[in-house]
Design a protein around this ligand. Structure first.
Ligand SMILES: Nc1ncnc2c1ncn2[C@@H]1O[C@H](COP(=O)(O)OP(=O)(O)O)[C@@H](O)[C@H]1O
Ligand SMILES: [Mg+2]
Length: 363
């Protein structure tokens, strides 16, 4: 993310409420035309950062630059950064047309021009024919679309969204999020999106900033934060992971050998950051482990461990197994389950050395 192409630049921003530091020296460059997501647990400061960008809070320290202009001290209504909230905040006494056209009416746009723009928005969001309805006569998904249309109609380049999908049911969330991504790509606007839902973040974003306790822990593509987390917190927050603590006992040309409890694991060496004797944590996603069913398999090679299936959880598209193998409990996702039923008893778990991420062990 180079500075030249960033549309929003947050530099060393800190925001306190009394003695509590809600945003702690955060820096973030948002590339123009990107879909950038702030992901983190509840209370980590996501909304506070959005409010700082939109101008509803002022930082105690640091600067915020939007489209090349420092905006510290600039009031919200002059910042051109519409914010869409979880509670769509539609005007209940206004029709869909009146809600969507609100920003244009304030600008005193002529009636016909306004109608053309609203029509374009209605079409874009599949709301044709609903312009005379009141919000209470719309579904949650439709209300959310009206909120997006209202935010986008004034032609801003930036759209801020704070958990805008969290009031929708599971299926509608996925539907609206696909629409949202498609719309963002089509219009080329810069979207900053807040969520605590990792699936949402992974599926929507160009960039994800993982937050914890007022700090950014990692900024990366969805692929990077999922498969190359820089810390255990990030690994754990963006998905389910097996963590195995061990020690580097061998470094070969292509592989690193890690000893844990009573076994060794071979890991592909994709960088030279590790040295002999170093304490490390291996991060292995459940879908990166395979199960070998054959109880009598003799030719068990490296990175294969024998265990017993404890619990299993049927999720339709996959089955999650908890496998007890010595002191380790593995979480393994069988992503192509058999119609014969769930597995039971003794099995072997097999690790692919190319699907193991290695981190220095944290204290
Ligand atoms: N106006 C405020 N006054 C005092 N504390 C606040 C205020 N706004 C937020 N906080 C605190 O700052 C922290 C971060 O809040 P918030 O940004 O809303 O988190 P998130 O959106 O990630 O859930 C929370 O502990 C919250 O209680
Ligand atoms: Mg929030």
């Amino acid at each position: 993310m180079s500075a030249a192409e960033s549309i929003i630049r947050i530099e060393n921003v800190t925001k306190t409420f009394g003695s509590f530091t809600a945003i702690n020296n955060v820096s973030l460059d948002v590339p123009k035309g990107s879909f950038t997501t702030l992901l983190g647990p509840s209370g980590c400061g996501k909304t506070t950062l959005m409010r700082l960008i939109a101008g509803f809070h002022e930082p105690d320290d640091g600067t915020i630059v939007i489209e090349g202009n420092q905006v510290n001290g600039v009031p919200a209504y002059k910042r051109n950064t519409p914010l869409v909230f979880q509670e769509y905040a539609l005007f209940p006494h206004m029709t869909v047309f009146e809600n969507i056209s609100y920003g244009l009416k304030i600008k005193k746009m002529p009636r016909q021009e306004m109608k053309d723009k609203v029509d374009a928005m209605l079409e874009m969001f599949g709301l044709q024919g609903m312009e005379n309805r009141f919000p209470k006569h719309l579904s949650g998904g439709q209300q959310q679309r009206v909120a997006f249309a209202r935010a986008l109609i004034t032609g801003q380049n930036i759209l801020l969204m704070d958990e805008p999908l969290s009031n929708l049911d599971a299926k509608m969330r996925v539907e609206v999020r696909c629409e949202l991504r498609e719309l963002q790509q089509r219009t080329g606007i810069t979207a900053i999106f807040v969520t605590h839902d990792q699936d949402e973040a992974l599926s929507l974003s160009d960039w994800i900033a993982v937050f914890d306790k007022g700090r950014i822990r990692q900024i990366g593509t969805p692929w990077e934060v999922y498969f190359k987390p820089k810390t255990k917190f990030v690994a754990d927050f963006v998905g389910v992971a097996n963590f195995i603590n061990g020690e580097v006992v061998g470094i070969e040309e292509h592989d690193i050998i890690v000893k844990f409890n009573d076994g060794v694991i071979r890991v592909n060496k994709y960088n030279d950051k590790f040295e002999l004797g170093q304490a490390v944590t291996l991060v292995i996603r459940p879908e990166c482990i395979s199960i070998i069913e054959d109880k009598n398999a003799h030719d068990l090679s490296e990175n294969v461990f024998t265990g017993t299936i404890g619990q299993s959880s049927f999720l339709g598209r996959m089955i999650r197994y908890w496998v007890e193998a010595g002191p380790i409990q593995w979480i393994v996702d069988d992503t192509s389950p058999s119609v014969r039923g769930t597995l039971q008893g003794i099995i072997h778990v097999a690790l692919d050395k190319n699907k193991i991420h290695i981190l220095p062990k944290e204290d």
